[in-house]
Design a protein around this ligand. Sequence first.
Ligand SMILES: Nc1ncnc2c1ncn2[C@@H]1O[C@H](COP(=O)(O)OP(=O)(O)O)[C@@H](O)[C@H]1O
Ligand SMILES: [Mg+2]
Length: 283
Amino acid sequence: MKDAIFEVNNVSFSYEEANEKAMDQVSLSVPEGAFYAVLGQNGSGKSTLAKLLNGLYLPTSGQVLVCGMDTADEKNTWDIRQNAGMVFQNPDNQIVATIVEDDVAFGLENIGVAPTQMPGRIEQALLDVGMLEFRERAPHTLSGGQKQRIAIAGILAMEPRAIIFDEATAMLDPQGRKEVFAAVQKLNREKGITVLWITHFMEEAAQCQHVYIMEDGRIVMEGAPEEVFSLPEKMQALRLDAPAAARLAHRLREAGMPLKAGLLHMEETAKEVARACKLNSKA
Ligand SMILES: Nc1ncnc2c1ncn2[C@@H]1O[C@H](COP(=O)(O)OP(=O)(O)O)[C@@H](O)[C@H]1O
Ligand SMILES: [Mg+2]
C-alpha cells in the first residue's frame, strides 16, 4: 500500500468555549494519489477536520500526520502548508488581486518562488484548471465556477502533493459545481494530486473512491461509495439521502426488479433497468 498523505490517529478536539467535542476520536487515512470524500451535514465537524489537517488547529488528543509530518511540531508547519493546500467555499474570499494571473502569482510571492520561475508556474496552473485564456481578465467578471478554478490554480502553482477542498462547490450553481468537480478530477487523474473532497453533496461523494461520513464530530460510516450508499435505511438514520439513483434502485429491487448491487449513478441505473425489463419481456 502507498504511503498515507493524511493520517489521523484517534484525534479529539474541543473549541475553548464549547462543552461538546467538535472532533471525537476520529481516525482516517488518505493514501497518496487517492480521491477521498468526507461527507456530513452542517455542523458535523468537516471544517474542523480540514483545519486539523493543515495544522491550523492542533488536536486536544491524538495525532495528525501530513506526509508523515506531525502537525503538532511547529517546525513542520511551513512544509505541511506547502504539501497540503486548501480550497474553501467562497471564491470571493480567496481571490485577492484584480487580474487573474496576479492572483495566481500572489501565493508564489508569499512562499518566495524566484521571479524567473513564476510565469511558467502560473501558466501551467491556469492551463491545468482550463483557465489560461482568462489570464488577463478581472476576477469579478468571471462566473463562480471560473473564480473557484482560479482559486485552485493559486494553490496548484505552489505544487502541493495534496489539496483539501472544504465544500468548494457549495456556493456554486449546478453548472459551476460540475465544472469545478471535473477540473479537480482531472488534477487527480493527470497530475496525481491527492484529493480530500469535503462536501454535503451525496452525488459528489458518490464519485470519489472512498467516503468517510461524519456526524457530531465522529466518523459514523466509511467505505467505497457502492457499499456505503447502498444502505438507504442507514443513510436515512444519519439524516443523509442516498444518491437519487441508489434510492430508485433500492425501491425497484423492493418491488421485485432484479437489479445488480452497487448502483449509484443515473445513467448506469437506467441501463440496468432497461436490461431487467428486456429480460422480463422475454420471459
Ligand atoms: N470557532 C468555533 N468556536 C466554537 N465552536 C465552533 C467553532 N467552529 C465550529 N464550531 C462548532 O463545532 C462543530 C463543528 O463545526 P464545523 O467543523 O464547522 O462543521 P461543518 O464544517 O461540518 O459544518 C459545530 O457544532 C460548530 O458549532
Ligand atoms: Mg464547514
